[in-house]
Design a protein around this ligand. Structure first.
Ligand code: ATP
Ligand code: MG
Length: 252
């Protein structure tokens, strides 16, 4: 494996619900090499979205219990400005439930990570380059005809594709995609995966959550979240199935 780009090192994440602690990640380790495509699988509630959120700097590990490192730097050592830049520029994030801003058009949503200061700089008129790039991506994802619509006027699958365009718009080093094809039919899913694969061949590093073995088989490597830990399985390209190769406690 090549040089690690994004690393989760023995990460614990516990949610507090009322007076009850709910441990979700229990020493999860995952090292993603520069240019690698990793598929993350696991049963519902196993912590896949939680892991994506801590990898993306949207949430933090429990205090002093694990570390996220990007290019060897601990996210915990960064101030607000650097974390904001990491979230908007270094990483492109596709949320499981899209999180598009309802008051913005499709094009404005897609361009959001490219606008200086995020939601503060929504005028796209000054940036023809951003507008053209987003327009091309929206067209490539089959939602070019929805550019002026609001998210509420779109189907679930259309919203999902806009969320992917937003994640790719700022040309990030890493794509963190939480079930990016979960609402798409087979043809649209294949088209989106082709687009992601094309970016991957240009060097994009990818961590992608999926329940779909066919989608996971497009990745270089599959890992499974089991009991809050990562289990590593090599991809069988012929069948799309996988075989456990490590104990759940071993770092992947
Ligand atoms: N904000 C929260 N507060 C409390 N508990 C939470 C919170 N977010 C997630 N959980 C709990 O953490 C566990 C893992 O949730 P997570 O969303 O990471 O699972 P998942 O593997 O992504 O599931 P799915 O495949 O259904 O999307 C679940 O038991 C969930 O109820
Ligand atoms: Mg999830």
């Amino acid at each position: 494996m090549g040089e690690p780009l994004l690393v989760a090192d023995a990460v614990h994440k516990t949610y507090r619900v009322g007076r009850v602690d709910v441990p979700v990640l229990c020493g999860t380790s995952l090292s993603i090499a520069r240019g690698e495509w990793v598929a993350i699988l696991g049963s519902s509630g196993s912590g896949k979205s939680t892991l994506m959120h801590v990898l993306g700097g949207i949430d933090r590990p429990d205090r002093d219990k694990g570390d996220i490192r990007f290019k060897g730097e601990s996210l915990a050592s960064w101030g607000h400005g650097r974390i904001d830049r990491y979230r908007s520029r270094d990483v492109g994030f596709v949320f499981q439930h899209y999180h598009l801003l309802p008051e913005l058009s499709v094009l404005e949503n897609a361009a959001l990570p490219c606008t200086v200061g995020g939601a503060g700089g929504l005028s796209l008129s000054g940036s023809r380059e951003v507008r053209d790039r987003c327009t091309r991506l929206l067209e490539a994802c089959g939602v070019g005809h929805r550019m002026c619509h609001r998210p509420a006027e779109l189907s679930g699958g259309e919203r999902q594709r806009v969320a992917l365009v937003r994640a790719l718009a700022a040309d990030p080093a890493v794509l963190l995609a939480d079930e990016p094809t979960g609402n798409l039919d087979a043809a649209n899913s294949a088209a989106i995966l082709d687009l992601i694969a094309a970016r991957h061949s240009e060097g994009l590093t990818i961590a992608m959550v999926t329940h779909d073995q066919t989608v996971a088989a497009r990745a270089d490597r599959m890992v499974h979240l089991v009991d809050g830990r990562v289990e590593c399985r090599p991809v069988s390209r012929s069948s799309g199935t996988s075989v456990p190769s490590r104990s759940p406690a071993a770092p992947a």
